[in-house]
Each structure stands twice: as C-alpha cells, then as structure tokens.
Design a protein around this ligand. Sequence first.
Ligand SMILES: [Cu+2]
Length: 153
Amino acid sequence: MSIKIKTFATLSCTLALSFGFATAALAAGANAITVKDAWVRWLPNNLPAAGYVTLVNASDKPVDLVDISSNDYGDAMLHQTVSNGSTQKMVMVDKLTVPAHGQVAIAPGGYHVMLEDAKHKVAPGDTVHLTLKFSDGETLDTPFAVKSPAQTK
Ligand SMILES: [Cu+2]
C-alpha cells in the first residue's frame, strides 16, 4: 500500500518539473506586473489551501489577471469572499483588474486563490509555485511561501 502511494507521488513530481520548464520559457521581456507578499495558508487533512499575493502594475494601462494554474495543485481558482448579511460565500472570479500605476491585494477577507488537490505532500515551510497569466501576455511563475494557520495570526 505505502509503496503504491510513493510511486504515484514520484510520478507527479516528475510531471510537475517538466511542465515547470515550459512555463519558465514563456516569461520574458519587460514586465508591467510584479508581485509581492506571496504566501499560502496551509490547512491540515488535505483541506483546500488559500493563496494570497499583491499584484503591482508599473505600466500606464490597466492589466487583468486572467488565469492561474499550478504544478503543485490540481486546481487553482480565484475566488472572492462575499458577505450576505450574516453569512459568507465564495464566488468564482474570471479576471481581476490591476489598475494602471496601482496595485490590488489578493488578501484574507477579500480575494483568495483556492488551491485544491495537492499533487504532492505540501507542508508549512515549503515553497509552491503558481503561474499567473495576465491580459498583456505576461506570465509570472511565482513562488509562494507555505505557512501554517498559527504562523498567519
Ligand atoms: Cu475559495
């Protein structure tokens, strides 16, 4: 049983590596968008994790975040937490506009990147990578620091 699981994990890591090279080759040229404060709130028991990052636009045109993917997770989706009186729900977000010479924070209480179906064991202290795609053609392969809930209080 444990041997089967180990084999599967090794295969997933190999696949993730080969996709990673393809992604890195796409990122080139002068970038309008830079990122800061990229981190993931990790939860135990394979619960979905949440990714947070601040996007900074140095250009004089608005740029949209249009796609997020990850070699470390099967699913990476931009969600917004919406309050409905006393209850909260998450809604899917197709794109997020970073204003010209401005920034937008994907931060607790507002937006989060929902990360599900981890492809290998992820633990606090690790670094995972999310690939952020923008409307100007820019692709950023971004390292996110994985933190435990206790580290983020
Ligand atoms: Cu969510």
